[in-house]
Ligand binder design. Structure first.
Ligand SMILES: [Fe+2]
Length: 386
């Protein structure tokens, strides 16, 4: 077997009530003042107040940055960094979905003494910045897995792209109780994003045995519990299973990265301003169908993890179809919008093909990506889920 590399960026604590450990984790590192980074939705759900209460009880000072928005831009990172410097904070707490956690991650570049602005560090081909400011990551969705990846995905408005940068992180705190207020559509889209992380991590050309097993564990839990979370938001057992699934899915793609569904999702998000989870899950079923023949063994174990009954004699193409139909079934069960219902035309979607093929994630595709193939895939994505 060829050498394989697998890493997990930071320790993770998982469990109901886990945010209670934040105070001691910060104090025990000799830190005195975190910047809490979040967005309006998280603020409305009252989650920053829970973090503040824990910091107060620990006798810690703190500052807040509530200016995160979906698909945070380099300008948001620069604004957050300005607050961090003005407040003299010595660590960061990203509280929310991927947008809040990625903003906190990218901000750590500038509290670690690196000069310049976010536009310099956020690149099409990501670089690693050896940040030293501790970053604590507290997810409030069950999808992004940003608490266990090193990448921060940041948009560059003038180029209409989402690029990224890799940094060091300190601790992920996964508390399923923080996810029960997540609205149904976001439960659906972030959960399907986690499914995309797991299945794309497993089928990427850069995948490895660790990613496969972490990913399959995630696929199994998502198939079993995501629709329950959508229908019964306060089902803490289902929420806990999904929180773990999102975490495992994050680990599954941290090394191999994702491929075609996320490459298409980046373009959908940039052009139509759809949230990341929705953008990246709309093309997942057709992506799995497309790569199934090339990754037949992977598709078989994915199908088994999704509780699809198999005869054992299915071709790769048949396995891909079964997995695609299972994903479509989950999307319909959770009333996921289609590209058409979002107001996009077929011509607009197919017209993104050149941009998508130039996304660096396409280099992780298990099959060669051509402009013609991408035009066909985008057309299928538009046609096949209505
Ligand atoms: Fe994603």
């Amino acid at each position: 077997m060829a050498y394989q590399f697998f890493s997990v960026p930071c320790p993770i604590t998982v469990g109901c009530g886990a945010i209670a450990i934040l105070g001691d984790e910060i104090k025990n590192r000799g830190l005195k003042k975190p910047l809490i980074v979040f967005d309006a939705g998280v603020k409305e759900a009252g989650i920053p107040d829970k973090v503040i209460k824990i910091l107060d009880e620990a006798g810690l000072d703190y500052a807040c940055f509530d200016g995160v928005h979906a698909d945070p831009s380099v300008d948001v990172v620069d604004a957050c960094a300005a607050v961090a410097k003005a407040e003299g904070v010595d660590c960061l707490i990203g509280v929310g979905g991927g947008s809040s956690m990625d903003t906190a991650k990218a901000t750590s570049i500038f509290t670690s003494g690196f000069e310049g602005d976010a536009r310099f560090y956020v690149r099409q081909t990501p670089i690693k910045v050896e940040t030293t400011t501790p970053v604590f990551l507290v997810p409030t969705t069950t999808g992004t897995g940003a608490e266990c990846t090193s990448v921060a995905i940041i948009s560059v408005p003038e180029k209409n792209v989402k690029w990224s940068v890799n940094v060091n992180t300190t601790l992920g705190v996964v508390d399923p109780e923080l996810t029960v207020t997540l609205p149904p559509l976001y439960t659906a889209t972030t959960g399907l994003d986690a499914l995309a992380h797991a299945t794309e991590g497993i089928t990427a050309s850069t995948s490895n045995i660790h990613a496969t097993y972490m990913g399959l564990g995630a696929v199994r839990k998502i198939a079993d519990h995501l629709v329950d979370c959508y229908n019964h938001p306060t089902d803490i057992n289902a929420r806990t299973e999904m929180a773990i699934a999102a975490d495992w899915a994050g680990m599954a793609f941290n090394n191999p990265l994702t491929h075609l569904s996320h490459a298409m999702g980046d373009a959908f998000g940039c052009h139509f301003h759809t949230p990341h989870g929705l953008s990246c899950s709309l093309g997942l079923a057709d992506t799995m169908r497309l790569v199934a023949e090339a990754r037949k063994d992977d598709m078989k174990v994915i199908a088994e993890a999704m509780r699809i009954e198999l005869t054992g004699s299915e071709t790769g193409r048949e396995l891909g179809e079964l997995v695609a139909q299972k994903i479509f079934g989950m999307m319909h069960a959770m009333n996921m919008p289609s590209l058409k219902s979002l107001g996009c035309s077929r011509e607009e979607i197919v017209g993104l093909a050149k941009e998508v093929t130039e996304n660096h994630l396409c280099t992780h595709s298990p099959i060669p990506v051509t402009l013609e193939l991408m035009e066909k895939l985008l057309g299928d994505v538009y046609d096949n889920y209505q």
